[in-house]
Design a protein around this ligand. Structure first.
Ligand SMILES: Nc1nc2c(c(=O)[nH]1)N=C([C@H](O)[C@H](O)COP(=O)(O)OP(=O)(O)OP(=O)(O)O)CN2
Ligand SMILES: [Zn+2]
Length: 145
């Protein structure tokens, strides 16, 4: 159970929802600057996703919480992140499985799904905590949301 307060994002929308997920996964950062993190090791990632919009769908949902979980937890939980070559690439630093890239790629995955919905909700923030002392927030630029 996660009951954590996350940084707020200011927005003009009527509805905002947040979905928390715990993801147990391993990774390694394929670069010498990562030091010991270049070796395979594991985390329980704590992820919070913020979605907003003005309209609900025919179910009364902004977006189904279960769909957000399926898209992210369903793909990554109990996996080696580096194996997801559609998300990560050992030859491109913008696609190494760092906390920054994990947060951005979660955003991209969710927004791609939201873009298929007729009422067009927006993902405004993705919070990813990799360790008790390290987290990243990814937010799209104002013109993208
Ligand atoms: N900007 C980033 N720096 C580091 C990342 C990252 O994704 N982005 N990742 C790592 C390692 O993967 C590591 O798992 C996490 O690093 P760190 O916060 O140093 O973990 P510790 O638990 O050892 O932190 P302490 O505060 O020292 O206990 C490294 N850097
Ligand atoms: Zn790590």
């Amino acid at each position: 159970m996660i009951y954590q307060l996350y940084p707020q994002v200011a927005h003009p929308y009527r509805y905002e929802l947040n979905k928390d997920m715990h993801i147990a996964a391993a990774h390694f950062i394929p670069h010498e600057a990562a030091g010991s993190c270049a070796n395979v090791h594991g985390h329980t990632y704590v992820v919070n996703v913020t979605v907003a919009g003005d309209e609900l769908d025919e179910s009364g949902f902004l977006v189904n919480f279960q769909m957000l979980k399926k898209l992210i937890h369903g793909k990554l939980d109990h996996t080696l992140l580096n194996d997801h070559t559609d998300w990560f690439d050992r030859h491109d630093p913008n696609r190494f499985p760092t906390t920054e890239v994990v947060a951005r790629t979660i955003y991209e995955t969710i927004q791609r799904y939201l873009d298929t919905l007729p009422h067009k909700p927006k993902c405004l923030q993705v919070f990813v905590r990799e360790t008790p002392t390290s987290y990243v927030i990814y937010r799209p630029k104002v013109g993208e949301r």
